[in-house]
Design a protein around this ligand. Structure first.
Ligand SMILES: NC(=O)c1ccc[n+]([C@@H]2O[C@H](COP(=O)([O-])OP(=O)(O)OC[C@H]3O[C@@H](n4cnc5c(N)ncnc54)[C@H](OP(=O)(O)O)[C@@H]3O)[C@@H](O)[C@H]2O)c1
Length: 286
């Protein structure tokens, strides 16, 4: 494929759907023109992930330039919002950290099985999660052989996770989100800690997830005793989830592994396109 400079008019002549894989703040310069031209848009940035303009400007540090489209955008997490995705004109593809965190929390939160003020998402991402920009902390000598936390409590994906989990809970949920950078190219492992409102056995926990995701081709619930591992999802559009109970501390733990570049970004975008066009959602994906 030949790469050419972005020309919206030329794109509109040849495409009915456009993927915007642009930085935050850049997508919103192009999406309105594409929508006005009658195109469907899948935006991989965060520009249309919030319905509230204030949430966007507070967390992304800039005013929104096309806030009128925020109410139209559909949050593109297929396992939760497929009927809305089918009809979407403007689709906000979820963030990479939120994808793993929300999928691992959804069954417990939606069924009201965990305390909502005690949720911790402890997540580790490979370096491609930050895109290909050249910044000092992402240079090879800085991150190789190193493992560090960053932006604890202030990462821009925290409000996205909270917004979506709150929708599932039917009330506002505050979550402690602690991201880490791991010296690997791709992959996110999210370890989610919750306190159950009643005792849950390993079997009940696994049955809950198996039933919640029973029709989902890209969710794999691991067998008892196995752990989700980024190696098993590299290059795949899958989210592997392993489930664990820790009786002594009264904690339920869900561990989710995704490839941030696939289920966390481009693969999920293709899955959404498939749904929007009535294709089998696995088309073109492994
Ligand atoms: N990486 C991930 O794991 C991940 C996961 C989920 C979502 N996302 C989101 O998806 C989007 C793309 O991510 P990425 O990792 O692919 O980022 P990236 O590696 O930084 O690539 C961004 C691309 O946007 C182009 N670009 C920048 N400013 C532009 C402008 N003003 N006009 C036209 N093109 C412009 C860049 O072109 P040049 O190369 O020519 O500068 C580059 O190709 C971002 O919003 C990101 O937050 C990323």
């Amino acid at each position: 494929m030949e790469c050419v400079s972005l020309d919206v008019e030329a794109v509109c002549k040849v495409a009915e759907l456009v993927f915007l894989a642009l930085p935050h703040g850049v997508s919103m310069k192009y999406a309105p023109g594409l929508i006005a031209a009658g195109k469907r848009v899948i935006d991989l940035s965060a520009d249309y992930r919030f319905s509230e303009e204030k949430a966007y400007s507070d967390w992304y540090g800039r005013p929104h330039e096309s806030a009128d489209l925020l109410g139209e955008a559909v949050y593109g997490l297929p396992e939760l919002y497929r009927p809305m995705i089918e009809k979407a004109t403007l689709l906000a593809n979820p963030g990479c950290y939120p994808t793993g965190a929300i999928l691992s929390l959804a069954p417990l939160v939606e069924k009201g099985l965990v305390e909502l003020d005690r949720i911790v998402v402890d997540a580790k991402s490979g370096v491609t999660g930050a895109g290909r920009k050249a910044t000092l902390p992402l240079l090879f000598p800085e991150c190789n052989e190193s493992f560090r936390a960053y932006k604890i409590g202030v990462h821009q994906h925290a409000p996205e996770i909270e917004t979506q989990v709150s929708k599932l809970a039917g009330k506002g949920v505050k979550i402690l989100f602690a991201p880490h950078l791991v010296p690997m190219n791709r992959g996110i492992l999210s370890t989610v800690y919750c306190r159950p409102v009643k005792e849950l056995s390993d079997g009940e926990l696994r049955d809950l997830y198996l039933s919640y995701y029973k029709d989902e081709p890209f969710i794999r619930i691991m067998e008892k005793g196995k752990y989700a591992d980024t190696k098993y999802v590299t290059g795949l559009n899958h989210c592997d989830i392993s489930l664990h109970t820790h009786g002594r501390s009264g904690t339920v733990i869900a561990v989710a592994a995704i490839d941030n570049l696939v289920k966390g970004a481009a693969g999920q975008a293709v899955q959404n396109m498939n749904i929007m066009y009535g294709l089998p959602q696995t088309t073109g994906l492994i």
